[in-house]
Design a protein around this ligand. Structure first.
Ligand code: UDP
Ligand code: MG
Length: 339
């Protein structure tokens, strides 16, 4: 791999002992991706070397149960431009991206998946637009061919709902594959919240943003960890983190129902005065009791959802724990096994 190095890039190599600032950091989250590591670097490194600027690749190993870390460690030990953070357990992709942003040294940071669904060749376009003055360049997927019909529908519904209730707009089809300027990275790093819905946070910060279209590719190896249930939880997290509407809409409902029942009460009173008390009320009474009971449970559940978040925030636990690092200051020895 090093044969491909140009003299320019080689001379600007950062080393662990003397980390130099570099222009570009590529952050990659890895979770059980051992089968794809070699293919990823074989494709990514020539692209980065072709950019003609100094760069580092920051791998965040997110509690894999396979040999992903060992593979990453081997490539990082052979190439000082590659650094690895290893989480103490699986903290999830959003937190992995956050850790990457915390440790990135570049003037610009690219976030991309490590399963080759995000074509590395697009980074050249990101960098071109960044040099033109854009502070955030996100990739927008043109088609969703790689997704199942259910996933397509679910994601359509999510974007619709998110637009409806939240004050930030997430561009449709834009994922985490994007370039962020240092200013944006610093802004994101300054956000203290534990709930890291990155897409939302990245829209919330604003700055000069632009998108470019791309076609998402098939996963190189392994399988996606996001099933529909996980995506549902993720979507809930996003909605609750970025909107108070679920919390507030019940007061509107309450007003509506009070108004209607007030009018109904008036009607019943008048009817009784005019015609005597012969109004059969069992069905309407039953319906009202059950409906309102259900509504109150839903409301309580939603309050619980927000309260749970407050609870998580006030505990002030660290967002993630690192168990090993390669290529960072204060590295812990990672190869005690002698393997
Ligand atoms: N990933 C991660 N932690 C997790 C799950 C996934 O770091 O808990 C990484 C994974 O290795 C991949 C990226 O996040 O690089 C996207 O995950 P995946 O391909 O499973 O999701 P999809 O592409 O289907 O949205
Ligand atoms: Mg994927």
């Amino acid at each position: 791999m090093n044969v491909l190095l140009t003299a320019d890039v080689a001379s600007s190599r950062p080393t662990a002992a003397h980390p130099e600032p570099c222009v570009l950091t590529v952050v990659l989250p890895f979770h059980n991706e051992q089968a794809g590591v070699a293919a990823l670097f074989a494709r990514l490194m020539p692209v980065l070397e072709g950019l003609g600027l100094s760069f580092e690749v920051l791998c965040v190993e997110d509690g894999s149960r396979d040999a992903t870390f060992e593979k990453l460690r081997d490539v990082a030990l052979a190439d000082p431009r590659i650094r690895v953070l290893r989480f103490a357990r699986n903290f999830g992709k959003e937190v992995a991206l956050t850790a990457g942003l915390n440790h990135a040294r570049g003037e610009a940071v690219v976030l991309m998946d490590s399963d080759l669904q995000h074509p590395p060749e697009l980074i050249a376009d990101f960098v071109r637009l960044w040099r033109e003055g854009w502070q955030m360049v996100y990739a927008q997927r043109r088609r969703r061919d790689t997704d199942s019909a259910a996933r397509k529908m679910a994601s359509g519904a999510f974007y619709w709902l998110f637009r409806l209730v939240s004050e930030v707009t997430i561009p449709e089809g834009a994922g985490d594959f994007r370039l962020l300027d240092r200013k944006v990275v610093d802004a994101l790093n300054a956000m203290p919240e534990r709930s890291r819905f990155m897409k939302g946070l990245m829209s919330w910060v604003g700055f000069r943003q632009t998108g470019i279209d791309y076609d998402v590719e098939q996963r190189f190896a392994g399988r996606s960890t996001f099933n529909l249930w996980k995506l549902f939880l993720f979507a809930m997290d996003g909605l609750v983190s970025f909107s108070n509407v679920p919390l507030r809409m019940w007061s509107w409902f309450g007003f509506g129902i009070s108004a209607i029942s007030g009018l109904y009460g008036l009607f019943v009173l008048l009817w009784a005065l005019l015609h005597g008390r012969d109004l059969p009320g069992y069905t309407s009474l039953f319906t009202a009791v059950v409906f309102l009971g259900g509504l109150q449970l839903v409301t309580l559940g939603i309050i619980g959802e927000y309260l749970g978040r407050v609870h998580t925030e006030v505990k002030r636990r660290p967002l993630y724990l690192l168990s090993d690092t390669v290529g960072l200051d204060g590295d812990t020895p990672v190869d005690r096994s002698g393997a």
